[in-house]
Write a protein that binds this ligand. Structure first.
Ligand code: BG6
Length: 493
């Protein structure tokens, strides 16, 4: 069998915002795993950049602490960590400080065979000034890559402004917009499931599918992240992660796995989404906010309790459920129900494809009426795919029907560690593969669809519906789907 680790070309990865949370929690651990697996070696370099006055040694210490805290214990190997830390160096740089840019230039190698990538783990208002400085100080190269991630704006206009700023220097084929959901193994598996099997594609349409449900539930709260109250669940989860999932489920088969072929198809889905405007917003969307629960055993704070005093009374939603429709031949009449929230009953991300019922039952006298098939794609945790089917309950006693899952559990089938999304995405940047990154037009199409919902909510004086922490959201979300004679799939129905 050929090796599964394909080494990448040596690189200089420059991380702006090197002392920030994202770098510590995600980027350093992800790069460590790729290094440990031999995907790159000491010929590559990681150059941290930020305003804090650190030495190389202090930055290496920060990296070593991040590994200790955020890499699973079983994978922390002292000899590997020591080798890994040697590729770390640090440059003190304030965007407006000329000296810092000179130091960065010196830290980079001029060899064109060494891939140059800039990860901007900083606030989006710094993207444009950084890009301009990179060009001005000749750190920019036409083959360099720039990585950016959300919040890429808070609406269409601000997102365009950010993209325009970056585009002053970087061409679209150099820009890698991260949506980390696309780097998740199980999300990529959706592509394999749909396009590497003949079974599903012929029935993947409105003739056979009744509706689709997408749930991304988190058990954690919004915490004290200042950003969240400005954003809310619609911008934080629906505009990006959930619409990307919807695209992968709904898109036409692309001609190849070429980045633009795939992104063209996703874009068509986004553009075919039926606008949810004023009058429809109250019928097809529900927003919620969690309230605390107190019992003898536990006490969970409400969203309001977590807010600083000047934000109390905020109408920011921590939960959204909505019904989306795709106006094209394949999906006409097939609703896509999306829901996501914080402090929900459990952490689960799942896609449920509900097929239509059988056209005629010959089992009128059998116990247990035939239930329509469901395909459940579990993204996290316990990744796997389940096809719910009807069988005859074995044994005597007449024809009794029972629903059982044809179950592919990844955890049981594959024993190797599943790489984290950032591992795949960081290496794709070096490989020059944009397939799992959002193109500008996709991002803007997603904002165009989300903006009218947000605006209608902002115009309304109604607060979000309240739901108890640890539940599946407000009653309005149940009503939203029940009005259509359907129910949310919660693992047991
Ligand atoms: C982030 C959101 O993009 O995704 C967070 O900003 C959310 O609010 C997170 O918690 C969820 O990601 P995951 O990988 O834990 O499902």
């Amino acid at each position: 069998m050929s090796s599964r680790i394909i080494p990448v070309q040596p690189f200089d990865y420059v991380v702006f915002g090197a002392t920030g949370d994202l770098t510590k929690r995600k980027l350093i651990p992800a790069l460590y795993h790729r290094f440990k697996d031999g995907q790159f070696d000491e010929q590559s370099r990681i150059i941290g950049v930020s305003r804090s006055k650190l030495t190389d040694g202090e930055f290496q210490k920060l990296a070593s602490d991040a590994i200790a805290q955020f890499v699973e214990k079983d994978y922390q190997d002292a000899a590997t960590i020591e080798r890994f830390l040697k590729i770390f160096s640090y440059v003190v740089n304030d965007v407006s400080d000329e000296a810092g840019w000179g130091d960065l230039r010196k830290a980079l190698r001029d060899d064109p065979k060494i891939i140059r990538a800039f990860y901007l783990a900083v606030a989006p208002d710094l993207f444009e000034p950084i890009a301009e400085q990179l060009a001005k100080t000749k750190v920019y190269r036409r083959d360099a890559r720039v990585v950016i991630e959300k919040p890429l704006g808070h609406d269409l206009a601000s997102s365009m402004e950010i993209n325009d700023g970056v585009a002053k220097i970087f061409k679209e084929d150099q820009v890698y917009r991260i949506d980390h959901y696309l780097g998740k193994e199980t999300v990529q598996n959706l592509l394999a499931l749909r396009f590497a099997n003949t079974l599903f594609e012929p029935i993947w349409n409105s003739a056979h599918i009744d509706h689709v449900q997408l749930t991304v539930a988190e058990s954690v709260g919004a915490g004290t992240r200042g950003y969240y109250d400005e954003s809310g669940a619609l911008r934080d989860m629906i505009q990006n992660h959930m619409l990307q999932l919807l695209c992968l489920v709904a898109m036409e088969p692309p001609a190849s796995d070429d980045a633009n072929a795939l992104r063209d198809e996703k874009l068509k889905v986004l553009r075919a989404l039926k606008p949810i405007t004023n009058g429809d917003v109250s019928k097809t969307t529900v927003r919620g906010q969690y309230r605390g629960v107190k019992s003898e055993a536990t006490a969970v704070a409400s969203y309001q309790d977590e807010l600083p005093d000047d934000k109390k009374g905020s109408h920011t939603e921590t939960f959204v459920a909505l019904k989306a429709e795709i106006q094209n031949w394949r999906w006409s009449g097939v609703p896509f129900y999306l829901r996501t929230g914080k402090r929900m009953a459990e952490r689960v991300s799942e896609i449920c494809i509900q097929f239509k019922p059988i056209p005629h039952s010959i089992f009128d006298h059998a116990e247990g009426a035939p239930r329509a098939n469901k395909l459940i794609i579990r993204l996290q945790p316990d990744e796997g795919v389940k096809l719910m089917m009807m069988i005859k309950d074995p044994g005597p006693g007449g024809m009794r029907l029972r629903e059982v899952p044809l179950n592919l559990s990844f955890a049981e089938t594959f024993t190797e560690r599943t790489p984290e999304a950032y591992e795949r995405l960081l290496m794709d940047v070096i490989r020059g593969s944009q397939t799992l990154f959002m193109r500008r037009d996709e991002l803007e199409a997603a904002w165009s669809w989300v903006d009218p919902i947000r605006q209608a909510w902002d115009r309304s004086s109604e607060p979000p519906q309240s739901y108890s922490a640890g539940t599946w959201g407000p009653s309005g979300a149940v009503a939203l789907i029940e009005r259509d004679g359907r129910t949310w799939y919660e693992g047991n129905n």
